[in-house]
Write a protein that binds this ligand. Structure first.
Ligand code: ADP
Length: 423
């Protein structure tokens, strides 16, 4: 049987899923990072051990039927390697804002409102490495997923255009723009990765890795993607107008569209997905605020006492600290959590209703800026299991709200490996 392996490196752990060509799951494995993956100097070896461990947990009889493998990583987690692929310094994680130190240089290089104009973008991190590290030997600049795939195929300096978006790669012309090449030119310029479409077959598995784990010699390693796009792919959404809302610690929306929308004023950007665009934005509101006030058991219990058809008049902007970017762009936006009723059910109703309003406003903004009209919303993340919340959200979104069969990013990446081999 032909099987396909997807490997997901998320924020707190790594997972793998093996599927067949019908999309049926044959095996899932999991690895949790100690210390939330934050111990920086040792991170590459933590990731490498996680990769080998995930593969080792897959039964040998499944491993030897794997035809293709793809890996996703957290967006804008980047690293600098020598010409042998060995990291020369600690990786810089997705949420590391040290790039704020190079804001002026970044603004001078990049066009107005460009996606890279953020302290956490891959380009900001590259500029930081140039300005704050003395490097004379040649280096390669890689994303987390690029490096992990390199461990499997041994070809250094390959990326995909989902990971490379926040580096400034132009997905319209499929090349690095001149403003980027000229802006980073200098003595300490690392080699930028060659960028291919996500899922593109790159190279057969290295003989050493194939022999160690019992992969067949022609098992292909395909280009990967980012963890949040992988989660979108898992949902199976493929029609313009359909969307996925992720109700995890934060609220993230992604709408499939014929048209591209990019506006760094609201943190809105578009990923290329075949001939379509995945237009998205992320708010700081979401499940972390719910978890601040309620346990998961309370969330379940109190939710069942809420009538989703009844409107709560409590108008909050639930945040744990000031500031949001999407759909309201204001770094000083204060959390609004008053008035707080003594009845916990009423308070929760107000919170769920208010987050639903922010979600609906987010989709409205994407459409106002040119994305396709919303037709259906799938929900992923911890909030997806709350059917009362889905009812409230449906009232605001005015389209069907459904839970997809598959939500794991590793499943989406396995689909990518499968399509890479069959398209
Ligand atoms: P992440 O991966 O972003 O940390 P998850 O997708 O694991 O988050 O979702 C966790 C979030 O789900 C928590 O912040 C929690 O508040 C929320 N959550 C858990 N159970 C419920 C529920 N029944 N209703 C609404 N939200 C819930």
């Amino acid at each position: 049987m032909n099987l396909y392996l997807g490997i997901d490196f998320g924020t707190t752990g790594a997972r793998s899923t093996v599927i067949d060509s019908q999309g049926r799951v044959h095996c899932e494995t999991e690895y949790t990072f100690a210390n939330n993956g934050q111990q920086q100097p040792e991170l590459p070896s933590v990731w490498q051990n996680a990769l080998w461990d995930l593969i080792e947990q897959i039964p040998p009889t499944i491993r030897n039927q794997v035809r293709a493998i793809a890996i996703d990583g957290t967006s804008s987690t980047v690293m600098l390697c020598n010409t042998d692929g060995i990291p020369v310094c600690e990786p810089i994680l997705y949420n590391d804002a040290r790039g704020a130190a190079v804001t002026e240089r970044l603004r001078a290089i990049a066009p107005d409102n460009h996606t890279v104009l953020s302290a956490t973008s891959s380009l900001a991190k590259l500029l930081w490495l140039q300005d704050f590290r003395e490097e004379t030997a040649p280096t390669f600049f890689l994303h987390q997923a690029d490096w992990l795939a390199f461990l499997l195929h041994g070809k250094l300096g390959i990326s995909d255009y989902h990971n490379a978006l926040k580096l400034g790669f132009d997905v319209d012309t499929l090349c690095y723009p001149n403003w980027l090449i000229e802006g980073i030119a200098g003595a300490a310029t690392p080699e930028l990765p060659q960028v291919v479409a996500p899922g593109t077959p790159v190279e057969e598995v290295r003989a050493q890795v194939g022999d160690r784990f019992g992969f067949s010699r022609d098992c292909m390693i395909c280009a990967g993607t980012t963890d949040s796009i992988a989660a979108f792919l898992a949902s199976g959404v493929n029609l313009p107008g359909e969307a996925v809302t992720s109700l995890g610690s934060t609220l993230a929306v992604k709408l499939l569209s014929h048209t591209r929308v990019d506006d760094s004023r609201y943190g809105i950007y578009s990923h290329k997905l075949g001939d379509l665009w995945l237009v998205g934005g992320a708010s700081n509101t979401g499940g972390a605020v719910l978890r601040h006030f309620f346990t998961d058991v309370e969330l379940d219990n109190y939710s069942t006492q809420i009538d989703p058809e009844e409107e709560s008049l409590l108008d909050y902007y639930p945040l744990l600290k000031k500031g949001d970017r999407f759909p309201i762009n204001d770094p000083n936006l204060p959390p609004r959590l008053e008035p707080r009723p003594t009845d916990s059910v009423k308070f929760l109703h107000g919170l769920l209703e208010s987050i639903a309003r922010i979600e609906a406003r987010g989709y409205q903004l994407l459409q106002e800026l040119g994305a396709n009209p919303l037709t259906k919303v799938y929900t992923a993340g911890g909030g997806a299991k709350n059917s009362v919340w889905s009812g409230i959200r449906k009232r605001y979104l005015k389209v069907p709200v459904e839970t997809p069969v598959h939500t794991a990013a590793a499943y989406g990446t396995a689909l990518l490996a499968m399509r890479g081999m069959t398209d």
